[in-house]
Design a protein around this ligand. Structure first.
Ligand code: ZN
Length: 285
């Protein structure tokens, strides 16, 4: 396993950018002028805008080398996602399985696939199409899903969820677990509901070090500066704001390393209090 991206104790974390989403900043910050906000945070981060004023959200899948095998956190948008056809987003797809291979990881090596929530840019590669059939992409893995997320869609589950996950149930590979489940001695889930009914963050611990994978409790680093603002993509806006603020406060208090799901580079760092809000301190390269 060459070029570990970052070490947390004895664990090695690799990031694979599976795709890139470009959208209006009002998708995440409906009540803010993002360019004004970007000037405000210029001391600690830079924000890229494309020619249409859109901001970028890389879609990351993280692969963690643990003593019990490879654990994935989220699997990107995947091929054939309807989201790629939506005018709300400009989407670029990158070769995902090749990205894992570049980190020395074959699909058969993966022992657990965690998902922070069931939006289409987080479970896209849970399955793939082979001979016109959807099959598990990671045949030797347990697919771990927080039960409140699986059961939390009050009407019908979105079609993409059934498409990407029902073949896994058919194969007997899914573990529905509590939102605060301990997955292994190194990995546990932390409830952060609001963005979706059962959204979770993922915490890893090893040798006294810890890190957290944010999922979509926040999308963009700009949101740190305005911690009580709604995120336009939250299913439950009130719970979303509460979960986000609690996440910021806890991360800042603990000084824990945060791996952003969608942060523009640099995507790994720590949160710190900054006036009425928070800021992002990237890890030294
Ligand atoms: Zn997302």
């Amino acid at each position: 396993m060459a070029d570990p991206m970052i070490a947390i104790g004895a664990l090695r974390v690799h990031a694979v950018v599976e795709s890139m989403l470009w959208s209006s900043p009002t998708v995440y910050l409906p009540e803010q002028d993002a360019r004004v906000l970007a000037e405000r945070v210029a001391a600690w981060t830079s924000v890229s805008f494309d020619a249409d004023g859109r901001i970028c959200s890389p879609v990351r899948s993280y692969a963690i080398e643990t003593p019990e095998g490879i654990v994935l956190v989220d699997t990107g948008l995947g091929p054939g996602s309807a989201l790629a056809a939506s005018s709300r987003w400009r989407v670029e797809l990158f070769p995902y399985l090749e990205g894992l291979r570049a980190a020395g990881i074959a699909p058969e090596d993966v022992r657990a696939v965690l998902v922070t929530h069931l939006h289409p840019d987080h479970c896209g590669w849970h399955t793939r199409v082979v001979d016109d059939r959807r099959v598990p992409t990671f045949p030797n893995a347990r697919y771990v899903v927080a039960r409140p997320e699986w059961e939390g869609w009050p009407d019908a589950r979105p079609a993409w969820v059934d498409e990407r996950l029902l073949p896994l149930f058919d194969a007997g590979l899914v573990d529905l677990v509590p939102a605060d489940a301990t997955v292994s001695p190194y990995v546990r889930l932390e409830p952060s509901h609001g963005h979706t009914p059962g959204h979770v963050c993922v915490r890893i611990v090893s040798d006294g070090e810890a890190a957290v994978f944010s999922g979509d409790v926040l999308h963009h680093k700009l949101q740190l500066a305005v911690p009580d603002e709604p995120d336009g993509t939250d299913r439950d806006p009130v719970r979303g704001v509460a979960a986000r603020r609690a996440f910021y406060e806890r991360c800042a208090r603990e000084g824990v390393v945060v791996f952003g799901a969608h942060f523009e580079e640099p995507a790994v760092g720590r949160f710190a209090r900054d006036g009425d809000g928070f800021r992002f301190d990237p890890l030294p390269a």
